[in-house]
Ligand binder design. Structure first.
Ligand code: FES
Length: 165
C-alpha cells in the first residue's frame, strides 16, 4: 500500500471506526452510511475506502462495492477545483437549456458529464436547481446563475477559467 493510501486509510479508520466498536454509533453504522461519510469528507470515494470499510466491517470488498456502485451519487474520482451543475429540468428545458448545455460542453471539450482535460472544471447534470423561474440555470461552485443562454453561460465559464490563471 502506498503511503498516500495508508494515510487515507488511517483517516477513514479515524472517521468511521474510532472509539469503542460496540458504541451506539458503530452498531448503527452501515456500508451506505460509511460511504456517505467518506464522500462528505473527501468529496469522492477513494479506492482504498472500499477495502478499508470491508476490513473494519468484516464484509467482503464485493459487498461494499455493490452498494457503492448501486448509487449514482457516489463519485470515484477526486472532484475538480470547480463544479458546474447544469439544470436540464423541465422549466429550463422549455427555455432551451439544451443549446446552452451543448455550448458549455463544447467549450470544455466534453461529450457528457465529467471533468475537462485541464482537470479544473467538472460538469454535472442536475434535474432542478430550485430556481425554475430564472431558467436556464446553472450553478458554479454552488452559486446560482440564471436567465442564461449559451453565450452568457460560456462567458461566465471563460471568466472562471481566467480567474484561476
Ligand atoms: S428546472 Fe431548472 S431550475 Fe428548476
Amino acid at each position: 500500500m502506498s503511503s498516500y493510501n495508508e494515510k487515507i486509510a488511517l483517516q477513514i479508520k479515524d472517521l468511521l471506526f474510532s472509539g469503542d466498536q460496540s458504541s451506539e454509533n458503530n452498531s448503527r453504522r452501515t456500508i451506505l452510511s460509511s460511504l456517505l461519510s467518506i464522500q462528505d469528507r473527501f468529496g469522492y470515494i477513494p479506492e482504498i475506502a472500499i477495502e478499508t470499510i470491508a476490513t473494519y466491517m468484516n464484509v467482503s470488498i464485493n459487498d461494499v462495492w455493490s452498494v457503492a456502485s448501486f448509487y449514482k451519487n457516489f463519485r470515484f474520482e477526486p472532484p475538480a477545483k470547480h463544479l458546474i451543475e447544469v439544470c436540464w429540468g423541465p422549466s429550463c428545458y422549455f427555455k432551451d437549456c439544451s443549446t446552452m448545455i451543448s455550448m458549455i460542453f463544447d467549450l470544455l471539450g466534453l461529450d457528457d458529464e465529467g471533468t475537462n482535460r485541464d482537470g479544473d472544471i467538472s460538469v454535472r447534470y442536475n434535474t432542478c436547481l430550485g430556481a425554475c423561474a430564472q431558467g436556464p440555470v446553472i450553478s458554479i461552485d454552488g452559486q446560482l446563475e440564471g436567465k442564461l443562454n449559451g453565450d452568457t453561460a460560456v462567458n461566465l465559464i471563460k471568466k472562471l477559467k481566467e480567474s484561476a490563471n
